[in-house]
Design a binder for this molecule. Structure first.
Ligand code: DOR
Length: 445
């Protein structure tokens, strides 16, 4: 079964036309070629009977940090993408804050070569903006395998930073692809660090060191500058009530699109810091319940377009350093789908919204070719989930090299059963195919 190429799938719960229904798919050379409620398999076709498992399009995680090259002790393209596949994620877009940072053609080509060799899922790599590389960005953003540009407006892991208006203007004016932005206001981050620095001694301080005003200020500036430049932007990992107020007018407007993460929706301060310490530390921070509630309202109102993991692994040893020396970030690519499936089971999220937020909209916004739909002409990237299985998340059982998870001990209903990449079973109930087969994604614009 593993590594097997499938020609025909039949199931009672197949996600087509916005919902689960009995359906059959015929596959050829990695693509879906036919889909209908009742089809017959040919005599030589290899058939997968999905039964009552849910068959969904493979998920698309548009914000992961897989650390290769340079920080492979935390993760590499192989371990990160195995975690993706085990989490039902068949395509990922990876961030440029590696060592060296992905800010030029050589660094991009190096990543693409490494990924061709050992990535388990299909992939694209963002180009990082710097205060100096704006003149090269229009050519860089057109290179194969590139979904767009990433800006860090506030410092986080790594050295990438574009915080001054003039430099931001130059980046936004250089090119046309979507710019994904980490929006925290650097001057305010520095001021708070100076003011609070001497007393902070626990991750509990993190949401005060990087307060909602940091996020609000940056988003306000960014939206103004992007409008001036006429450039589409994607505001990453939004986290606060204040951002939701600012971004509400852009619901349904693809010029300004908005991401959040499961951890910002579901893990809240102060409890998450009391329980998890610096394992709950990420940038931008997890905040109090009122912020999470605002994110849920924004999700329902269509202000939030995308869910991403912001998979940002650090080792346990690194995370054990006393705050604030502990690094920011947490793994997540393997747990987004199960955590969201559990929300579906609890009635907090509709399955169609899950698929829209973590699959269809990322594909649409970045123009990812031939993905995200179980329809003829699309790649046969598929995930089978068992909606009934109850399980307890254990970091040591996950694929990420990090070996830990902020969801440790959470009991979830809904688990990834199998993942198919271009028609081939690459993962089934904890076991992987014999070799990786990820390819660079193609983009329509
Ligand atoms: O917490 C974070 N960790 N936020 C980021 O922006 C970067 C990420 C990382 O790469 O560790």
């Amino acid at each position: 079964m593993l590594s097997q190429t499938i020609d025909f799938i039949r199931g009672n719960q197949v996600f087509v036309q916005g919902g689960l229904r009995p359906w059959c798919l015929r596959l050829r050379e990695g693509r879906i070629v036919e889909g209908a409620p009742a089809l017959q398999p040919g005599p030589d076709e290899r058939v997968l009977e999905a039964g009552e498992l849910w068959l969904l399009p493979g998920m698309i995680d548009s914000q992961v940090h897989f650390r290769e090259p340079g920080l492979e002790h935390k993760e590499d393209l192989e371990t990160g993408s195995r975690a993706a596949i085990a989490g039902g994620v068949t395509s990922f877009l990876e961030m440029p804050n590696t060592r060296p940072a992905t800010i030029d053609r050589a660094a991009l080509e190096d990543k693409l070569e490494r990924a061709a060799d050992h990535a388990w899922a299909d992939h694209g790599f963002f180009i990082g903006a710097t205060p100096d590389n704006a003149p090269e960005l229009p050519a860089l953003e057109r290179l194969p395998g590139v979904p767009g540009i990433k800006i860090f407006m506030g410092s986080s892991t790594g050295t990438l930073l574009v915080d001054e208006d003039e430099a931001l203007r130059a980046v936004l004016a250089s090119g046309t692809r979507r710019v994904a932005v980490h929006a925290e206001d650097e001057p305010r981050l520095r001021r708070l660090k100076k003011e609070l620095g001497p007393q902070v001694d626990h991750a509990r301080w993190h949401p005060r060191l990087r307060d909602p005003e940091c996020a609000r200020l940056a988003v306000e500036r960014l939206v103004g500058l992007a409008r001036e430049a006429g450039r589409p932007i994607h505001v990453l990992h939004t986290n606060s009530l204040q951002e939701m107020e600012l971004l509400a007018p852009y619901a349904g407007d693809d010029r300004v699109t908005v991401e959040t993460t499961p951890q910002h929706l579901l893990l809240t301060a102060p409890e998450c810091y009391d329980r998890l310490g610096s394992h709950a530390q990420m940038n931008p921070p997890l905040r109090e319940k009122e912020h999470a509630a605002a994110l849920w309202r924004a999700l329902e109102a269509g202000v939030i377009d995308v869910i991403g993991s912001d998979h940002a692994p650090h080792t346990l040893e690194e995370k054990k350093r006393p705050y604030p020396q502990s690094p920011s970030g947490m793994p997540g690519v393997e747990t987004v789908l199960p955590v969201l499936l559990d929300c579906v089971q609890q009635g907090r999220l509709k399955l169609a919204d899950l698929v829209r937020l973590y699959c269809e909209t990322p594909a649409r916004l970045y123009g990812i070719r031939s993905k995200a739909r179980l329809e003829p002409g699309h790649d046969a990237d598929l995930v089978l989930v068992d909606p009934k299985e109850r399980w307890t998340v254990r970091g040591v059982e996950l694929q990420s090299r990090a070996g830990w998870t902020p969801w440790e001990g959470h009991e979830l209903q809904g688990r990834v059963h199998s993942t198919l990449l271009r028609g081939r079973v690459v993962y089934r109930q904890g076991r992987f195919a014999s070799e990786s087969s990820g390819r660079a994604l193609a983009f329509d614009f």
